[in-house]
Write a protein that binds this ligand. Structure first.
Ligand SMILES: Cc1cc2nc3c(=O)[nH]c(=O)nc-3n(C[C@H](O)[C@H](O)[C@H](O)COP(=O)(O)OP(=O)(O)OC[C@H]3O[C@@H](n4cnc5c(N)ncnc54)[C@H](O)[C@@H]3O)c2cc1C
Length: 395
């Protein structure tokens, strides 16, 4: 039986980062990606120092900075009153955590990862390979694709996102819908009626809604993410979260928010859902990373950052295994156990905190007044609440 050492299902940010780092260790890796090409949606991504520190360590940050934007501040605004609540100076963040906070187009990140992957002779990258069945035995894993192709390997990594096909081998659970929906996308910067500084990354938060805005690709594009709680969802409407409902909900927002919305892309929307933190990510020779392991709501802007942390930790653990010959299952389990030991608790905490953070963003009435007051009372240089996230405890 012809065998790969590692098979990765999914060539998104998590899958390609893992492939690259494993390939650099000299391991033979095959990536199976469902889409016809390696590509990301036309929207932005915030990458905090816990991710950029790793990307720099692995020689990727320089290439990313060719297109990424380094915003001056994170700014929290009340979406109804239009008042500023608090700011975070990102130069201070860079100094404290030793790496920059950047924002970039998702596809720019993916293409940098892909270019680096293509330089690794032990990587095989395959597109148009939708994995439909996965299985494992004591001495190997098996993956079958929709086109009938079948692969065998020593280890299987599920990096196949929120609705992972690999996850059921490890965890028996369900997606948790929230009834919130996101519209997002990047457009030419001049297409947006923007009432905030171009070098800020801004979150407008209001009752059951928010809007995030920041520049991308050297400041040529502007990214907007509008999210709201859908009454249509609660009413059980099948086509819930429609563009008409978006406009209805955001009619309660201040003028600066409403002015930005005509530039928002409405051709696709994303229902927001996550899962509860899992007690394990691995079983036998199978493991999970990124959204397949810990899908989270986006309120901490950490899903991809956590996937990058996973990839770095997993690659280090698997690199202890030999370059040739079969891998005994106990050695594989020791490596996967080491990976979980480094990542499971932290990623679960991010999942849970992201939920709470979303609740804080979307409160109304007295709770909103108290939140605003707490934000306003925060000293602008107080970063103590993100030390656990951006610090280098895990990375
Ligand atoms: C609105 C929004 C804003 C966000 N903002 C941020 C942010 O600012 N910062 C941040 O860090 N994170 C952010 N995230 C989270 C981030 O997008 C995800 O956490 C990240 O993309 C996860 O990467 P992944 O590689 O694990 O999964 P994915 O990106 O989902 O990639 C999975 C890959 O697997 C492929 N695949 C799936 N099934 C199969 C199959 N059966 N066979 C083969 N291939 C398959 C898919 O085609 C895809 O390429 C945001 C998310 C949302 C929804």
């Amino acid at each position: 039986m012809d065998r790969d050492q590692t098979i990765i299902v999914g060539g998104g940010i998590g899958g390609l980062t893992a492939a690259l780092l494993l390939g650099r260790s000299g391991l033979r890796v095959r990536v199976l990606e469902r889409a016809g090409e390696f590509a990301e949606i036309g929207a932005g991504l915030q990458l905090a120092p816990n991710a950029t520190r790793l990307l720099r360590r692995h020689g990727l940050l320089e290439d990313l900075l060719a297109t990424a934007v380094r915003p001056r501040r994170l700014v929290a605004m009340n979406a109804v009153s239009g008042l500023r609540l608090t700011t975070v100076d990102l130069e201070q963040v860079r100094t404290r955590y030793g790496a920059p906070y950047i924002v970039m187009h998702r596809n720019d990140l993916l293409q940098v990862l892909l270019a680096h992957c293509r330089r690794e002779p032990t990587l095989t990258l395959e597109t148009a390979r939708e994995v439909t069945a996965v299985g494992h035995a004591a001495d190997h894993v098996t993956v079958t694709c929709r086109d009938g192709s079948t692969y065998h390997g020593e280890v299987l990594i599920g990096a196949d996102g929120l609705s992972s096909t690999v996850r059921p081998l490890v965890v028996d659970d369900q997606l948790q819908p929230t009834g919130y929906v996101a519209y997002r996308g990047a457009v030419p910067v001049d297409a947006v009626d923007r009432r905030v500084a171009l070098d800020d990354a801004v979150a407008w938060m209001g009752p059951g809604l928010h809007l995030v805005q920041y520049p991308l690709r050297r400041g040529e594009l502007y990214n907007q993410v509008a999210v709201f709680r859908s009454d249509e969802y609660r009413q059980g409407r099948r086509d819930w979260g429609s563009p008409e409902e978006l406009d209805r909900v955001f009619s309660a927002a201040c003028e600066a928010v409403r002015a930005a919305l005509p530039a928002l892309r409405r051709d696709r929307r994303w229902p927001m859902q996550d899962r509860l933190p899992a007690a394990r990510w691995s079983h036998g020779r199978v493991t999970l990373l990124g959204d397949a392991a810990h899908p989270m709501l986006q309120y901490l802007a950490q899903g991809a950052c956590q996937a990058i942390e996973d990839a770095a930790a997993l690659a280090q653990e698997l690199a202890r295994l030999p370059r040739a010959g079969a891998w005994p299952v106990r050695d594989v389990q020791a490596a996967l156990g080491g990976y979980e030991g480094r990542r499971l608790v932290q990623a679960g905490r991010v999942q849970r905190t992201a939920r709470t953070w979303g609740e804080i963003w979307h409160v109304d009435g007295l709770a909103m007044a108290l939140r605003d007051e707490a934000f306003r009372l925060r000293r602008p240089d107080d970063l103590s609440r993100v030390d656990w996230l951006y610090g280098d405890s895990a990375a």
